[in-house]
Design a binder for this molecule. Structure first.
Ligand code: FES
Length: 275
């Protein structure tokens, strides 16, 4: 096997910019140093801070909008703290793209409900961008976007674009408001009950912490969504990302290899133990 074919060997990239997204959350924009990297919404990659380690992140960009690979990274551990400490121009490693993708082709012609919780919503941004950039191909778009507090809402600078797109509604909520917040306060499940999207010809895409996925599924079921109409991307402890280490298994499935995108029909019997 050549070094280039070794799936555990990262490609080299340059950190071309970062943007503050929310408290302790930055958008990292990385351009590869010459390598090709073709990816689809829903896939993920490991990003490494050399000398410290690597961690997996969902790709938050679409290649039709930017040459950079974008990742929303929360400073919560050793690797993410090291990445947050890097200056523009730093060399990083990128290993991927890994995993499967959202079934955007099969979703064409359908109404779409996107449900994002906190930074977990970052992998949904490519779904939103794809639909907005190909608006006639999809039905009504409801975006339900939640965070624990207003300062933790991500991609706030894009909300006006999302709201003003044809046949598109953005619904925001926070668990706890602040003195400036005039929007909805409460869990995403309450917001979903208020928006009450019809399950007819619809698909719901969910991304967020496991507990949010669990209760969002219950609310969607009350609205009449079937297990096949609910698509989710799951988080798991990962080491190799290529189906070799066994860290990310969910029953007989590997989140890194068979996912991270699953329909609820595929994982409903595992999800209880997963959350
Ligand atoms: S991360 Fe190693 S098998 Fe999935």
């Amino acid at each position: 096997m050549s070094e280039r074919d070794n799936p555990l060997r990262p490609l080299l990239g340059t950190l071309v910019d970062t943007k503050d997204l929310a408290d302790d959350i930055k958008l990292f924009q990385i351009e590869l140093n010459g390598d090709r990297f073709e990816y689809q919404p829903g896939q993920f990659a490991f990003v490494s801070a050399f000398g410290v380690g690597e961690a997996p992140f969902g790709l938050a960009s679409v290649s039709s909008r930017t040459p950079a690979l974008e990742f929303a990274i929360n400073r919560i551990g050793t690797v993410t703290s090291a990445l947050h400490g890097l200056e523009r121009g730093a060399v990083v490693g990128v290993r991927g793209p890994l995993g499967n993708a959202f079934p955007l082709d099969e979703m064409q012609g359908k109404n779409v409900v996107v449900l994002g919780g906190g930074i977990g919503g970052a992998p949904l941004r490519p779904v939103i961008h794809t639909i907005l950039d190909n608006r006639p191909d999809y039905g009504h778009l409801d975006i339900l976007w939640a965070a624990r507090s207003p300062s933790l809402l991500v991609f706030t600078d894009e909300y006006d674009d999302w709201r003003s797109a044809p046949d598109t509604e953005l619904h925001l909520t926070v668990d706890k408001g602040d003195s400036d917040w005039t929007g909805n306060v409460g869990l995403i499940t309450g917001l979903l009950e208020k928006a009450a999207p019809s399950p007819e010809d619809a698909v719901a895409i969910i991304c967020g912490p496991p507990i949010m996925i669990k209760f969002t599924v219950l609310t969607l079921q009350k609205l009449g969504f079937t297990a096949e109409q609910m698509i989710m991307t799951l988080e798991a402890k990962m080491k190799c990302g290529i189906g070799k280490c066994g860290r990310c298994n969910l029953g007989e499935k590997f989140v890194c290899l068979d996912g991270p995108v699953f329909s609820y029909a595929q994982v409903s019997h595992f999800l209880e133990s997963f959350v």
